[in-house]
Structure formats: C-alpha cells, structure tokens
Design a protein. Structure first.
Length: 335
C-alpha cells in the first residue's frame, strides 16, 4: 500500500478543553487534500502544547517524525506552517527527515513549495518570522508578569494554591488554619512526616486530591505566598528599596514565622545529609578494614556487604578513620 499524506494540527492553549481549534484545522486540511485527490492517512494532534519552547515534548509531533523516518508518510499537510514548527532549528530537523525519506510538507493556507530552492527559502523565512513573533510575545509576557509582581498582584491561572480559594486571594478557612497549626507544631519539634500523617488521617487533601508528602508540605509552609509575599521566577520580588513586595492577599503566617520555618527545615535537611554521608563512609571503612585483615591472613578480599544499623555523624567517622588508618598501616607493613 502506497504511503498516504498525514495531517498535523496543534494549538498552544485550549482553556475550554474542547479541541475546537484543532478540529477546524483538520477540516480545512481535509478540504485541501480533497481538492488535490490526496488520500489522507493518520491525523496527528497536539493540544495545549507550545511549538516554540525547545524543552517541551510534543508526543504526536515526535510520532509523526518517527513515521516519516519509517517511510509510512508521503507528505505532511498543515493548516499553517507555524502549527508545525516555530523555530528554525526544529524545522531543519524536521526537513532533514523529510528529505531523507522523500516526504513533502505543504500548507492548506500558505502558497509555498518545498520542491524548489526558492520555495524552501520561503519556508525558512516563514519559520523565522514565526520564531521572532514567539520571542517577542514571550518577552512581552515576561515584562507583564514582572510588572504584576512588583505591584503585588497575582498572575492568575493554574491550580489554586493550598490555603486559598479559587480567586487566589481569599483564605480557605480550614486549610489556612491547618497551615498555621502545622507551622506551630514544626517549630515546637514535630516532624513534617508526622504532620503529613495527621493530615492524611483527617482527610485533608492537597488541591489535586492526593495524599500529603513531606516535600509538598514543606513547599506550602515556606512558600512566599503563604507569608503574603510576591514571588517571580522562583524568587521573592523586591521593590526599588530592596524590600520584599507585599502581595495583595493577606498572609496566612507572618514573614518572621516563615523565616524560622525555612531555617529550621534547612538545618534538619543539612543534618540528615551529613548523617547519611557519615553512614556511607563508615560502611566503606568497615569493609576496607575487613578486607585488609583477610588479605594479611591470605584469605583474599571479602565480598559480603557491610550494613550500618543506624546513621553515624560525620564527626564519628573522622575519629574512627584516624584510628583505623594507624592500625591498617601496621598490618600492611607486616604482610
């Protein structure tokens, strides 16, 4: 069976989740193919996915590329070229696959022809214009979000934050009180794991409906938003005087409590890291000591794994290492 043409449709934002825009793209592409008596094979569709961000994976786009490389696609039809690609580097990658497997690319609304050098130059020009448009739009959006942050206003969109209602300003009574209670307990010695267990038993869920984990709980407790501060690109926004920008919503916990929590939880994390490193080093030293003793007796190196019953502070490892080094040097000298 000869290869058929494929249709590719895409939309960056589909807030209503109805896929109407991609349906319209497909309809126009089918009309275009019918006017040329081309048989349509598979339709590839990416919804709510950007074609400009290099880090974003488009599943159906990658599947289309794989099918071109497998030789099952004779040509690709798009409503507009910027539905397919919005970066010159990405089009070069796509076109390389098409050239190698003799597949063509055409648009239902734009007059270009990739079979001639001049037509291909036009395609690169169109992709370059689309890339510049995306870059300009991205810079404009970044400037807008920075301005909102400096004025203390929220940017809206996305899942509501825990502790707030859907307007992202009004406190959710039960959740806000749970945050304040957790902050008091952690500062008085409770563990994040213990608070998570308590919340999960009480039926208090995350905003996505999943059980609580220590990572998610910590993120909520130390979030600038929880302390009534505005955040931009992962950092607390500062005003012209270098002071944190107060957000338009009221804090759930005050900034001082937030700082205390941050310091306490970071200190706990640092101690756990040191203990784990200490335990790992001590296990290695015990293994080396046993291997040296067996080697000196002509028994060969041991292969049994040595386990540590409990974490050992790094300071303990340093002391034991000094003692073992002195004894092991005498053992090797007499061997």
């Amino acid at each position: 069976m000869p290869p058929k043409v494929a249709l590719y449709t895409r939309i960056s934002h589909d807030r209503q989740r109805e896929e109407l825009a991609t349906d319209r793209q497909e309809e126009r592409c089918r009309e275009f193919c019918a006017s040329r008596e081309w048989e349509v094979g598979e339709v590839y569709r990416d919804v709510d996915i950007s074609a400009y961000k290099a880090s974003v994976l488009r599943p159906d786009y990658e599947r289309l590329l794989a099918d071109i490389e497998a030789g099952t696609v004779a040509g690709v039809i798009v409503w507009k070229l910027d539905r397919l690609v919005r970066r010159i580097a990405e089009f070069s990658r796509f076109w390389k696959a098409c050239e190698q497997h003799e597949a063509f690319v055409t648009s239902a609304t734009e007059p270009f022809d990739t079979s001639s050098p001049l037509g291909l130059s036009l395609v690169y020009l169109l992709v370059g214009l689309a890339e510049q448009e995306s870059r300009t739009r991205s810079e404009r959006q970044s400037a807008k979000h920075l301005q909102l942050a400096r004025s203390g206003k929220g940017k809206g969109g996305g899942t509501r934050p825990f502790g707030f209602e859907n307007d992202r300003k009004t406190h959710n009574g039960r959740e806000a009180e749970a945050i304040r209670d957790a902050a008091r307990k952690v500062l008085n010695g409770a563990t994040l794991r213990g608070v998570c267990a308590e919340w999960n038993r009480s039926g208090l869920e995350t905003v996505t409906g999943t059980p609580w984990s220590t990572t998610v709980l910590k993120r909520v407790l130390v979030a600038p938003r929880t302390a009534g501060l505005r955040q931009h690109k992962g950092e607390v926004t500062l005003n012209d005087r270098g002071e944190p920008v107060r957000a338009e919503w009221q804090p759930i916990i005050d900034a001082e409590t937030s700082q205390q929590l941050q310091a306490l939880l970071n200190a706990r994390r640092g101690q756990r890291t040191a203990d784990l490193r200490g335990a790992t080093c001590l296990r290695a030293l015990r293994f080396a000591r046993s291997a040296a003793r067996n080697w000196s007796l002509g028994l060969g190196p041991i292969s049994a794994a040595v386990t540590c019953a409990r974490p050992v502070p790094a300071s303990t490892v340093a002391g034991r290492y000094a003692s073992w080094r002195t004894r092991s040097s005498d053992t090797f000298a007499s061997a």
